[in-house]
Design a protein around this ligand. Sequence first.
Ligand code: HEC
Ligand code: HEC
Length: 304
Amino acid sequence: MARKLQYLAILVVIGLIAALWLLWPNAMSQDEALARLPDGFAADPVQGERLFYTAGCGSCHMNEQASADKPAGLVGGKGLETPFGTFYPSNITPDETTGIGGWSETDFLNALQRGIRPDGLPYYPALPYTAYAKASAEDLLHIKAYLDEQEPVAYQAPAHALGFPANIRIGVAAFKRLLVNFEPFQADPQQSDEWNRGAYLVQALGHCGFCHTPRTPWQTEDQRRAFAGAPPLKAGEKASKNLLGVKPGTIFDALSSDAVDLFAVVSDKSAMAHVSRAYDHVPDADKQAIETYILSFGQPGQGQ
Ligand code: HEC
Ligand code: HEC
């Protein structure tokens, strides 16, 4: 009997250690977060604006049209329907109570690169920290400088409407621990500067794979089928396109509001329309680099 109890106690301790390992937030301390910045770094809202559009923050957080119950601006609250339920992105204006006014650089980097809230609980990967983890701290703090300049607007986004077990926020910590790679972006010295710039923009900021790469049963992006096109998150919406082997120019041209408004190759109602419009703010050299990188995944004719 005593022996059995001993085994049980050992199992309980192992279980507790495993649970702690799975659920511990692993946030960056202020020193760790800021050590990644070059000496003399000064966050620049003008660069931040360009990077904000490159990273597509507005697609999820911007409410274009004010209504009786929701003000316009980066107030979130626009339902993002997924197989797990509906997420309501947060208010990211500098409002002190409902937005992110008063957040430190460390809070911001922990949210966007580690998926950790200021109180230590995890964020859902509907906020694409799986991609932003690869971004440089400089680029994200330029974005923060741009956000800090926006008008603070008081608005509390509704609580997410998720089914069980997705509604148990702490469970996301285990998903992150087991399935998310938080390694920074690695340039490939075998490739050109342009290819590496494109790789950085696509993997770290543009999160093209978030919609264009099919997902595994674990809901992570299936890198063996990178950019092969994927079903829409919301039933009834347009599937994303297979980007492998498209004609040169297709990707560059899709990254402009003309693709929606003039040529209608991107439907106004598709999730891509926000991306196309946002990329009017992104320099041509960056769009070209994105195309160069994605085209290197497959020659024309190889995609289906
Ligand atoms: C695909 C949609 C999507 C995109 C793109 C996106 N977000 Fe979010 N964001 C969300 C969702 C959903 C949440 C809420 C997550 C949660 O509650 O766990 C969120 C939460 C946040 C939060 C936490 C706010 C708080 O009060 O806790 C910040 C900060 C944030 N996003 C900033 C950004 C920035 C900056 C970008 C661009 C670099 C961005 N987001 C891009 C969907 C998105
Ligand atoms: C929020 C989801 C989403 C993101 C993020 C996204 N796309 Fe798309 N993309 C789509 C959807 C959906 C379509 C299909 C649009 C349609 O059929 O009208 C599409 C279509 C396209 C097309 C086809 C245009 C044509 O001429 O047929 C290209 C090229 C493209 N995306 C490139 C990109 C690149 C490059 C990125 C990253 C910078 C990106 N997309 C990010 C959802 C997305």
